[in-house]
Design a protein around this ligand. Structure first.
Ligand code: HEM
Length: 117
């Protein structure tokens, strides 16, 4: 059970890497678009995160306040990805506040996961 949980944590990290990596590529290339890879990364992190939110394969208490905050932030990122994609289709560009918020909130969720014990 413990090994399986570690595998799910690994999948969760892959989701984070895909979402954040896709965002960094857009930021560095100065295209600043919302891409389908970001949605995939978010979906992978969400599914694995929800599986990890149940207390299996561990001998310690989960921090449900932290998990709740992470879930709310994930939903906000999802909404921003949707709004950003809509604006991109309509105007050809994602408003910079939306684009930067996606990256910052993703990093914030990773920081909460690692730093809030
Ligand atoms: C963009 C969204 C997210 C990012 C970037 C993210 C990032 C991370 C990272 C980097 C870790 C590893 C921390 C460590 O092992 O020290 C982690 C662990 C975890 N995440 Fe997330 N996360 C996200 C969304 C979620 C969601 C939505 C949930 C649940 C509703 C969740 C639940 C968990 C749990 C329970 C762990 C601990 C796993 C364990 O130690 O057994 N995460 N997350």
């Amino acid at each position: 059970m413990e090994i399986l949980r570690h595998v799910v944590v690994l999948v969760h990290l892959v989701g984070f890497a895909v979402l954040f990596g896709a965002w960094v590529v857009e930021a560095v290339s100065k295209r600043r678009q919302v891409t389908p890879l970001m949605n995939w990364g978010l979906a992978i992190a969400a599914v694995a995160g929800l599986a990890l939110a149940a207390p299996w394969g561990i001998s310690y208490e989960l921090n449900y306040v932290k998990i709740g905050v992470k879930l709310v932030i994930l939903l906000i990122i999802g909404a921003l990805l949707g709004i950003g994609a809509g604006r991109q289709r309509k105007d050809g560009a994602v408003p910079s506040a939306i684009f930067w918020s996606i990256g910052i909130l993703t990093l914030l969720n990773a920081a909460l996961a690692v730093l809030w014990r």
